[in-house]
Design a protein around this ligand. Sequence first.
Ligand code: FEO
Length: 385
Amino acid sequence: MILSDRIRFVGVNDFRTRLFEHQWPLPFGVSYNSYLVIGEKVALIDTAAASFKDEFLNNIKDEIGDRKVDYLVVNHMEPDHSALQAAVRAEYPECTIVTNAKAVPMIEGYQGLTENILTVKEGETLDLGGITLQFFMVPMVHWPETMVTWCLEENTLFSGDAFGSFRAVKDCVIDSESGTFEEYKDEMTRYYASIVGKYGTPVQNALKKLEGLEIKRICSTHGPVWENSVSQVVGLYDRLSKYEVSHGVCLAYGSMYGNTEKAAQALAKALESRGIPCVLHNLTEEDYSFALRDVFNYDTVILGSPTYNNGIFPPVRQFMQAICDRQVKGRRFLAFGSFTWAAASVKLLNSMAEEGGFVLLGEGVTFKQGFSAEKFDAEALAALV
Ligand code: FEO
């Protein structure tokens, strides 16, 4: 697919994989994006996932016919982008792999390739004849070896996972002026929260490093090519990596027999009546990445959990651990839940929240056995938010 005279999209859409990284649901699919930069020499930027070999190689041939791929630029070694390096080398035996020193042992480890590798350092360039690539290291966005590739003449950033999104791409690939960013924003935030969320500081370092570039086109490895929404996309990543949020509540719960659920629903209603934005997530019915997305959207996390085995109900504990693992900063916290003969869940959630650096808005509410408005004062809890 033509992005410009000198840049082509040769990526693939994946609607078959149920779980990205065997963890994250893909209700709208995902794309593995790869690009050709065409000068007197041809450079291929990254590859795709293993099961797309034939489609991927055909996409390349559709764009360049009998011409050769002279360089394979490796920005990132996670196998959703690196799995077809050996296949590219088999198809184009003379192609030189271009990458940085940290990626070289990974290329051997994953793909068994050791020959004809050109190692580049920060800021170095590669002249393709009429068009130039420049390389910048962005460690931990999202692995330690990650770099991005800048195309000077096209003002195009091949950004790796940065600015990526779940959700497969449309036929046109390029974002439209009328709404693509809004359409992808939720899945981009869920992608960021799930995959990159722990690495806010490295993302900030990368954004600072790249801020001098006059970017006209972002070619990420997942999601649309951004031309019309560059400032919104960069702005969203800036906000997410600073852990900046708006006032509102991610209200997530697990419930065994419906009592904690009734409390969650009563609290959501009380928050709504106060005009406080609130998104309710049932952690036993949906994957926790959807709630994690809203931890990156709102300043307050409220979790509901029954006591289970004298502890936190497992789906809620898993979610709380996922938030803590991402070292999410500056969130406010409340807990509530039910118990039958001994209360433990709220106390344990508060303890995790304190260790994770949350600001507790109160000691929370726990109630015995069946839900009732007398046992659970949703209005009083909502007033703390
Ligand atoms: Fe899309 Fe970190 O790989």
